[in-house]
Design a protein around this ligand. Structure first.
Ligand SMILES: C[C@H](CCC(=O)O)[C@H]1CC[C@H]2[C@@H]3CC[C@@H]4C[C@H](O[C@@H]5O[C@H](CO)[C@@H](O)[C@H](O)[C@H]5O)CC[C@]4(C)[C@H]3CC[C@]12C
Length: 899
C-alpha cells in the first residue's frame, strides 16, 4: 500500500479510525481533518448566517420575486444591517446595487458576480475535492457524497447527486452475504438499494490532495479503506492539470475464510442540474489498454450545446481482479435491476454496445464494478477512477474558445476520457510518492502542531476548487494581440504563456471574479512556493492588463459615479468574470472604481520582487521592471503633499473595501514604503542607478513621514486623520513588513520599519486584536480600539479575515514571535474547521458572533506564508548555530537549496 497508507500501516491504523484530535479539539497528534463517525454533525453552526441579512426586508418591499430563502436579507430592529453593522437607511450604494442586480438577473437573465441576494446556503458537508488544477472539480462530502460541482469554469453548482455512490458486495462460498450502499442517506429514489449505512462504522480523514474513508462493515469482519487521490503535485505542470480522481479501495479480510469482494461505482450522466434531463445524452462501455495495462469502464457522454463533456468511471484490470459494467440504468427509478444484477454474483451484466440517447426529461446513470477474492486474513486492493473530459470551454459570453491545459497532453477532441482514466490508474502510485515526499517532512516534524499540518495542506483545496481554470494560449496568439500595437516590451510574455498556459482562480466561490489582485497578494504565497511558473504566468497576465485600458464608461455601485472600466498604467482589481470573458474584459468588480485604490499597484511591485527573490528568474524581473515603474508613477499622484508617503482618499480605497481611510495610513502607507524599498532593490539588481537614487530619496523622506504621522509609541495608527477611530489597532498594519521579511529585506541597510516598532506593534496586536477578542480563540479582529473593544465603525473593521490572520501569524514568526504566531493562526483554524464545520469552504470573514461572509475564499491560502516564514526561521537557526526548529526544507526545486 502506498504513501500515507504506509504510515497508516506502520501505526497499525489501517483497520481503525485515524488518530483523533479534531472535533474533539484535543490536538492529540492528528494532522488530518477528520470526522470520526459519519453520522455525527461536525459542528453546530446553524445559528451562523451569511452577513447580508438585511436585504430581504428591503427587497420584499420592492415587490421583487424572492424565492431563494437563504441568502440573508433582513431588517433588524428597524435598521438595515450588514454583518451586524448598521448602515444608513438611505444608503445610496444599496439602491444602486439593487437597480444593477435587478437589471442583471431579472432583465438580462444573467447571474451577478456577487449576488448579495442569493448567498450560497451553508452546508457543513464538504470534504476533499477531486481533480487537478484548472480542469474542473468535483467535491465529495465527508460522508462520501458527490456534492459540489465546477465543470463549467468558475461556475459552481451545489447538489448531491444520489446515484453517485460506491456499493460493496461480499460473497462467501458462492453466496452473497452482504450488499450495502456506502452511504448514510435514505433517498426517495433507488429504493431497491440497501441504503442507510450506519455512520458509526465509518470514518473520514482528509489531508489534501488525499482523503481516506474507513468502513468497518458491521458484523462482517471486513474493513474497507477508500483512499481518494487527486493529482495535485508541487512543481508538476503536467499531471497536476488532469481532471481525474482515483479511489483505491484497500480490503482487509479479518475472517477465517476467503471473501469475494466487489466495489460498484455508480454515476449519473451529469452533475445534478436540469441539463441532465435535457435529452441527447448517452453512455457506452470502453476498455483501454497500453503498455500491458488495461482499464475498463463506462463513458457517459453529456451532450450539451455549451461545454459538452464526457465522464468516465473505470477500474484497473489485473490478475485476480475482474471489471464488469452496466451501461445504463434509470437513477430516478427503484434501481432494482442494478441491485439484483450485483446481488446475484457480485458482478454486473456487462452488456455490449452503446445506450440509446436520453429523451427529454429522462436521466441516465451507469455503473462499473471491480471484484476480487480476498483470502482469509488477507488483504487486496481494488482501483477505480473518475475522469471528466471537457477540453474546449467557453465562458459565459461564449465569445472565445479556450482549450484546457491538459489538452496539450491528451488532445482536445473530446475523446480523452479513456486515456485519462488509464493514465490516472497507472500513475497514481507515482503521484502518491511525490505527494508524500512533499508532505512528509512537515507531517513528521514533531515541533509543528497537528492543526497546523491540517490547515497548511487542507487549505490548499482552493488551488483547484477556487473555480480554477488553466488554459492554453491559442497557438495563433501574437504578442501584439495581448499587449496592444505599442507593445509593453514584455519579451518573455509569449514564451511563458505558451509553455505554462494561463491560470486563474476566483476570489471566492461566492465572489465570482478571477485573480482578484488585492486578495491574490495574500494567497500568492501558495502559488509561488508550489507552482512558481503559474505565479509568473499570472503576473505576465496582470502586466498585460496594466498596459491596456478599457474606456467603456460605467457606474460604480458604492459611490454612484461614472468612470471608465480600466485606466492605463494601473493594476486591475481582477481579470474578469467567468460569466463574461475573463482576460479579455477585466475589472468585473464594480463596487468601486479601483483606479483610485491605493494598494493594487503596490501589491504588483511587492510580488514581482518577492517572486524574483524566490525564483531567481531574472528574465521575469527585467520584463516586469518597466511595468513596476509605470504603476509606481501612477501611484506617485497619491502623495499629494510630496512628503514621500501616499495618502488614502477618504473612501474605502483598498482591499478593506468597506472600511474608510483618510490621509496617511498604516496599511497603505506601509505597503507603499515596502514597495519603494523593493524598487530600490530591483534598481540595484538591474543596475539602474538613477531610478535607485530616485526611490532611495523617496524612501528616506517617506519613512520619516510614516513614523511621524502614524507611530504612537506602541503601534502604527490606522490612519492620520485624527478621527474617532484613527487610533484603531489594525491587525494588518505590518503587511508591508510581512513582504519585506519574506524577501529578506527587513534588516540592515534595507530596514524600512524600525525592528523595535514592528515587534511592539505585533505584540500590541497580539494582546488586543487576538487575546482580547473572543478570549484569544478566534484569531485577530481586523480593527480593535485601544480600550479592547472591536472597532465597529465599519462592517469590515469588526470582522476577522482568516487570510489576514494567517499572514499576520507569518509576520509574527518572521519577527521571532513564533508562539504568538501559532496561537493567532490556531484560533482561525479551529473556528472554521472545527467549531463552524466549514471544512473545505473557509470563508473570507467571520464576526465574533453569528455572522460569516463569502464561503470558499482565496485569501486563506496565505497560510503558505507561515510555512515560508518557518523555513526562514529554520535557516536563521542553522546559520546562527542554534537548535534547528524545523525539519528539512521542502517543496523547493533543488536549485533553491542553500539560499
Ligand atoms: C452597498 C453597501 C453600502 C455602500 C454605501 O455606503 O453606500 C455596502 C456596504 C458594505 C458592502 C459589502 C462589504 C462586504 C463585501 C465586499 C466585497 O468586495 C470584495 O471583498 C473583499 C473584502 O472582503 C475585497 O478585498 C475584494 O477586493 C472585493 O472584491 C463586495 C461585496 C460586499 C458584500 C459589499 C457589498 C456592498 C456593501 C453592502
Amino acid at each position: 500500500m502506498a504513501s500515507l497508507g504506509s504510515y497508516l500501516c506502520s501505526q497499525n491504523l489501517l483497520s481503525r479510525p485515524w488518530p483523533t484530535g479534531h472535533g474533539g479539539g484535543g490536538g492529540s497528534g492528528s494532522c488530518v481533518h477528520s470526522h470520526e463517525h459519519l453520522e455525527e454533525h461536525p459542528a453546530p453552526a446553524q445559528a451562523w448566517s451569511p452577513a447580508l441579512r438585511y436585504w430581504t426586508a428591503l427587497f420584499s418591499c420592492c415587490c421583487v420575486p424572492w424565492d431563494t430563502g437563504s441568502c440573508g436579507v433582513s431588517l433588524q430592529e428597524g435598521q438595515l444591517q450588514c454583518g451586524g453593522h448598521v448602515l444608513p437607511s438611505d444608503t445610496e450604494g444599496i439602491v444602486i446595487y439593487f437597480r444593477w442586480w435587478y437589471k442583471k438577473t431579472r432583465i438580462e437573465k444573467k447571474s451577478a458576480f456577487i449576488d448579495l441576494l442569493c448567498a450560497v446556503p451553508l452546508q457543513q458537508i464538504y470534504g476533499c475535492p477531486l481533480g487537478g488544477i484548472g480542469g474542473g472539480t468535483i467535491t465529495r462530502g465527508w460522508r462520501g457524497e458527490f456534492c459540489r460541482w465546477q465543470l463549467n469554469p468558475g461556475i459552481y453548482h451545489y447538489e448531491t447527486v444520489i446515484a453517485d455512490q460506491f456499493t460493496v458486495c461480499l460473497r462467501c462460498k458462492g453466496q452473497t452475504v452482504y450488499q450495502q450502499v456506502l452511504s448514510v442517506e435514505r433517498p426517495s429514489t433507488l429504493q431497491g438499494w440497501n441504503w442507510g449505512y450506519c455512520g458509526h462504522y465509518a470514518f473520514y480523514h482528509a489531508l489534501y490532495p488525499r482523503a481516506w474513508m474507513v468502513y468497518e462493515l458491521p458484523g462482517q469482519n471486513v474493513v474497507l479503506t477508500c483512499r481518494q487521490v487527486s493529482p495535485v503535485i508541487p512543481h508538476d505542470y503536467k499531471d497536476s492539470s488532469l481532471p481525474v480522481g482515483v479511489f483505491i479501495w484497500e480490503v482487509e479480510n479479518e475472517r477465517d475464510e476467503d471473501v469475494d469482494v466487489s466495489i460498484m461505482f455508480s454515476l449519473q450522466n451529469g452533475t445534478g442540474t436540469k441539463e441532465d434531463r435535457s435529452g441527447g445524452h448517452w453512455n457506452e462501455p470502453f476498455a483501454f489498454e497500453k503498455e500491458g495495462e488495461r482499464v475498463a469502464g463506462v463513458l457517459l457522454h453529456h451532450c450539451t450545446h455549451v461545454n459538452p463533456f464526457t465522464l468516465a468511471i473505470s477500474a484497473r484490470e489485473k490478475a485476480g481482479t475482474g471489471v464488469t459494467h452496466l451501461t445504463a440504468f434509470n437513477p430516478m427509478g427503484s434501481g432494482r435491476e442494478v441491485w439484483q444484477d450485483l446481488l446475484q454474483d457480485g458482478r454486473l451484466d456487462s452488456p455490449a454496445g452503446k445506450s440509446s440517447l436520453t429523451e427529454k426529461g429522462e436521466v441516465m446513470a451507469a455503473a462499473v464494478c471491480a471484484s476480487c477474492r480476498v483470502p482469509a486474513r488477507g488483504h487486496r486492493t481494488l482501483e477505480l477512477a473518475l475522469a471528466w473530459d471537457m477540453p474546449r470551454v467557453h465562458f459565459g459570453s461564449k465569445e472565445k474558445l479556450h482549450l484546457r491545459r491538459y489538452t496539450r497532453f491528451f488532445g482536445s477532441g473530446g475523446d480523452a476520457a479513456p486515456a485519462l482514466s488509464h493514465h490516472a490508474l497507472t500513475h497514481y502510485e507515482e503521484w502518491e510518492r511525490k505527494i508524500e515526499a512533499w508532505q512528509k517532512p512537515i507531517l513528521e516534524n514533531s515541533q509543528l502542531p497537528s492543526w497546523y499540518k491540517s490547515a497548511l495542506f487542507n487549505e490548499l483545496y482552493f488551488m483547484t476548487d477556487g473555480g480554477t481554470i488553466w488554459v492554453e494560449l491559442p497557438p495563433d496568439c501574437r504578442a501584439e494581440d495581448l499587449q496592444g500595437p505599442e507593445g509593453a516590451g514584455l519579451s518573455h510574455l509569449l514564451p511563458v504563456l505558451r509553455e505554462y498556459g494561463r491560470f486563474a482562480y476566483l476570489e471566492g466561490q461566492e465572489y465570482r471574479m478571477y485573480n482578484t489582485y488585492d486578495v491574490h497578494f495574500y494567497a500568492s504565497f501558495a502559488l509561488i512556493m508550489l507552482w512558481p511558473k503559474l505565479q509568473i504566468s499570472l503576473q505576465y497576465d496582470i502586466a498585460v492588463t496594466v498596459v491596456n485600458e478599457d474606456v467603456q464608461p460605467r457606474q460604480y455601485l458604492m459611490c454612484g459615479q461614472t468612470a471608465q472600466v480600466k485606466l492605463k498604467n494601473v493594476v486591475p482589481h481582477d481579470i474578469g468574470d467567468p460569466g463574461d470573458e475573463p482576460w479579455h474584459r477585466v475589472n468585473a468588480y464594480l463596487m468601486h472604481d479601483t483606479a483610485d485604490w491605493k494598494d493594487l499597484n503596490l501589491k504588483f511591485v511587492l510580488q514581482v520582487y518577492r517572486d524574483y527573490y524566490l525564483t531567481h528568474d531574472s528574465l521575469y524581473l527585467r520584463d516586469m521592471w518597466p511595468v513596476c515603474q509605470a504603476v509606481m508613477e501612477s501611484e506617485m499622484k497619491f502623495d499629494t503633499d510630496n512628503d514621500g508617503l501616499i495618502e488614502n482618499g477618504g473612501f474605502a480605497d483598498q482591499t478593506y473595501d468597506a472600511w474608510v481611510v483618510h490621509g496617511a495610513s498604516a496599511y497603505c502607507g506601509g505597503l507603499w514604503l515596502a514597495a519603494v524599498c523593493m524598487m530600490c532593490k530591483m534598481a540595484e539588481v538591474l543596475g539602474d542607478a538613477e531610478i535607485q537614487q530616485k526611490y532611495t530619496d523617496i524612501l528616506s523622506k517617506g519613512k520619516e513621514a510614516f513614523e511621524r504621522m502614524l507611530w504612537n509609541g506602541k503601534y502604527y495608527n490606522y490612519d492620520s486623520s485624527g478621527s474617532e477611530t484613527s487610533s484603531s489597532i489594525m491587525s494588518d498594519q505590518c503587511a508591508g513588513q510581512w513582504f519585506l521579511g519574506a524577501c529578506g529585506l527587513d534588516q540592515g541597510e534595507f530596514e524600512v520599519f524600525r525592528k523595535s516598532h514592528v515587534v511592539s506593534a505585533l505584540k500590541t496586536i497580539f494582546e488586543k486584536n487576538v487575546m482580547s477578542f473572543a478570549g484569544g480563540t478566534m484569531g485577530a479582529v481586523n480593527g480593535m480600539r485601544p480600550d479592547g473593544v472591536p472597532d465597529t465603525s465599519s462592517v469590515q473593521s469588526n470582522e476577522v479575515w482568516i487570510g489576514v490572520v494567517y499572514a499576520l501569524a507569518a509576520t509574527m514568526i518572521q519577527e521571532g514571535l513564533v508562539e504568538e504566531g501559532f496561537r493567532t493562526a490556531e484560533g482561525c483554524y479551529r473556528t472554521v474547521w472545527e467549531r463552524l464545520g466549514m471544512a473545505f469552504q473557509t470563508p473570507e470573514a467571520y464576526r465574533e458572533k453569528k455572522v460569516y461572509r463569502s464561503l470558499a475564499y482565496m485569501r486563506p491560502l496565505s497560510i503558505w506564508s507561515m510555512q515560508l516564514a518557518l523555513e526562514g526561521q529554520a535557516l536563521i537557526a542553522v546559520s546562527s548555530g542554534s537548535v534547528l526548529l524545523m525539519g528539512p526544507r521542502f517543496a523547493f526545486p533543488p536549485a533553491w537549496e542553500g539560499r
